[in-house]
Ligand binder design. Structure first.
Ligand code: PBG
Length: 335
């Protein structure tokens, strides 16, 4: 019965999927190393790289090893890195004053990278969380119940100018304070840093997927501690219009690139931003997205490589021009 059965079909979409070469010809989305930005964690000292427990394959690099890593990433075709410092508890305080120290860890790392790999685009986070004992991205108000928006913007603006003067190519405010992009842009221009770009974390959601990152940078974490609540500044996960409003504001305040974060659970937001903004769109595949693929693969429940590549292809298909991902090096090496 099956052998005799033949549909009268002139349109058969499967014809385009019938071989590897035909599938290559009709591929609508391709992932290349040049789409990727590698987030990198940096620590003080001259020891060995330290593994991050909930992020298999991710380490905290001492500056010397970080420079080697950057050189290798650049040779693999990855155009940019985003640096995150991990400071000792003794280097933090309630106001995050370490952020304004011209010789702080991340700026020493920037100088070393710029000396050795000048062509690599170096991005640094503009937020206080690596520097504060409480782990919030900004200064707290008088009674410690919330971050103080305007006081935080003032500090972050000085931090951004300091980073620009040190040679950072793109400063990336990740704090979600109101008005920070415009204030930073004006200060950069006044300081003569007209070529320093702003990669704005525009639609950054209050996500539980940041957990492993907070362990990596040691910002108020620990299995026994409650999830740090940043909902007075980061976006509510269900809010789509509000996310677009933030993107529009950052664009009008002078952002060069707008970002959506996390990426995988927010593909609709990436698509919305792609359609409503004329700027390049970045997406951040965050630590928890990375950790869940690894965890399932470790149990033999998912294929690591296939899920990794599919997750990134989906983010690109949704409309991202560039993707921050802890998988960057592995993807570029095709391992
Ligand atoms: C904070 C910051 C966070 C991440 C990047 N910058 C965490 C947070 O908002 O608490 C998360 C990145 C990740 O999870 O991979 N300025």
């Amino acid at each position: 019965m099956n052998e005799e059965f033949k549909l009268e079909l002139s349109i058969r979409p499967r014809r385009l999927r019938s071989s590897v070469s035909r599938r290559a010809l009709v591929a609508e989305t391709r992932l290349a190393p040049s789409d990727l930005i590698s987030p990198l964690f940096v620590v003080d000292g001259d020891g060995d790289p330290e593994p991050v427990e909930a992020m298999p394959g991710v380490v905290r690099f001492p500056v010397r090893r970080l420079v080697t890593e950057c050189r290798e990433l650049f040779e693999l075709g990855i155009p940019a890195v985003a640096l995150f410092p991990c400071l000792e508890a003794s280097q933090k305080d309630a106001t995050g004053s370490g952020a304004l120290d011209g010789n702080t860890l991340v700026l020493r790392a920037v100088r070393a990278i710029k000396r050795d790999v000048p062509g690599l685009t170096v991005i640094t986070d503009i937020a206080l969380d690596p520097y504060t004992t409480h782990g919030h991205d900004g200064l707290l108000n008088g009674d410690g119940t919330d971050v103080d928006n305007d006081a935080t913007v003032a500090v972050l603006t000085r931090m951004a100018v300091l980073h620009a003067e040190t040679g950072v190519d793109w400063v990336a405010p990740s704090d979600m304070m109101d008005g920070r992009v415009g204030t930073i842009r004006a200060a950069l221009d006044t300081a003569g840093a007209t070529d320093t770009g702003i990669l704005a974390y525009s639609a950054k959601f209050a996500s539980a997927f940041y957990g492993p990152f907070r362990e990596a940078v040691g910002s108020a974490t620990g299995r026994d501690r409650p999830v740090l609540d940043k909902r007075t500044y980061q976006l509510e996960p269900g809010n789509r219009r509000e996310a677009l409003r933030e993107v529009w504001l950052d664009e009008s305040e002078g952002a060069d690139v707008v970002m959506v974060k996390p990426a995988g659970p927010y593909l609709d937001i990436i698509r919305d931003v792609r359609e409503q903004s004329g700027l390049p769109v970045a997406a951040y595949q965050v630590s928890g997205e990375y950790a869940q693929i690894h965890a399932a693969a470790e149990r033999g429940w998912l294929d690591l490589r296939a899920c990794r590549d599919e997750s990134l292809l989906a983010i690109k298909r949704a409309g991202a021009d560039m993707i921050l991902t802890y998988f960057a090096r592995a993807v570029a090496e095709r391992r």
